[in-house]
Design a protein around this ligand. Structure first.
Ligand SMILES: [Zn+2]
Length: 306
């Protein structure tokens, strides 16, 4: 029988406190948001995802709403997902498994296989392939002519996500895209509103109090009503078995979306800052460039913020 400690691990307690603080600030920020649910559902779109599963973590609610009224959605996965943790399979096999998982997840969201595209760039190395990625994305933008492009926020902090943002921005310019460019959020919630201090040991009053409050007065977030849709998002996430389960991929050959179609209880652990937002009443977007002042220094950015 396992002995359960009643003494809290201080690091776990601190992490929990940060989630609460972020949730409170997020709640206040979202109060200033604009509801774009109706227009979102009507706009055809291209979802640009750095890794398999980012489409579900960042855009599931918008995609479900679009597909529910027949709006075309194309999902493009930029990296091959070969460097995912935990490592359970050889890279080539993992790439194949994650493609299958992504197709199934997208099927749960209502996106047919033919509208899920894989660019296959090496995972964790997207920053070194910006021009090549932008070229491929520009081709897809020209071919699919979406009304909207959904790309990762500029200040996600994850190198592949920030690189995907940059490549999508360049692609939109190259394709002379005149539609709506929006940013979605995944990793942002693991450090926002302490974005600029992410990874530093700065514990000043400015960083801990002044800056976060300033964050609340920034660009208004765009909100898509998520009520009633989070279960389906979690079912889609559950299809990414290598990422959310015990790392054992589902048996090959099953029908797409089998987990969801079965209708049984799907137990996806929703923990930590990243996944806590999957309980939120809204999925959050910002206009392209709205959070640029929070960008992290990157080799392709000329003037890193101080
Ligand atoms: Zn990712």
């Amino acid at each position: 029988m396992a002995w359960q400690s009643t003494v809290r691990d201080p690091r776990a307690a601190r992490a929990e406190a940060m989630v609460l603080a972020r949730s409170a600030l997020r709640w206040v920020w979202l109060r200033r948001g604009t509801d774009v649910t109706a227009s979102m559902a009507r706009s055809s779109c291209l979802v640009v995802a750095p890794h398999p599963d980012d489409e579900t973590l960042g855009c599931a609610v918008a995609v479900i709403r679009k597909r529910a009224v027949g709006t075309p959605v194309t999902v493009v996965i930029v990296s091959d997902g070969s460097r995912a943790e935990p490592v359970t399979l050889p890279p080539e096999e993992l790439v194949e498994v994650r493609e299958t998982e992504t197709r199934r997840a997208c099927a749960v969201l209502g996106v047919p296989e033919t509208d899920v595209l894989f660019l296959g760039f090496p995972d964790s190395e997207l920053g070194g392939a910006l021009d090549a990625i932008a070229l491929r994305l520009a081709e897809i933008i020209r071919a699919r002519r979406p009304a909207q492009i959904l790309m990762p926020a500029s200040c996600e902090g994850h190198p592949d996500h920030d690189a995907t943002h940059e490549a999508a921005t360049r692609a939109a310019a190259a394709a002379e895209f005149t539609g709506q460019l929006l940013e979605y959020t995944v990793w942002l919630w693991t450090h926002w509103p302490w974005t600029r201090g992410y990874g530093t040991r700065d514990r000043s009053v400015t960083r801990l109090l002044v800056e976060p409050v300033r964050r609340l007065r920034e660009g208004r977030p765009l909100l898509v009503d998520a009520r009633g849709l989070r279960d389906r998002q979690r079912r889609a996430l559950a299809e990414h078995v290598t990422q959310v389960g015990d790392g054992t991929p589902a048996g090959a050959g099953g029908p797409a979306g089998a987990g969801a179609a079965a209708g049984g209880p799907v137990d996806v652990p929703v923990t930590g800052s990243l996944l806590a937002t999957l309980r939120s009443r809204h999925e959050v977007y910002v206009e392209a460039g709205a959070l640029r002042h929070l960008d992290f220094p990157r080799p392709w950015r000329d003037a890193p913020p101080k």
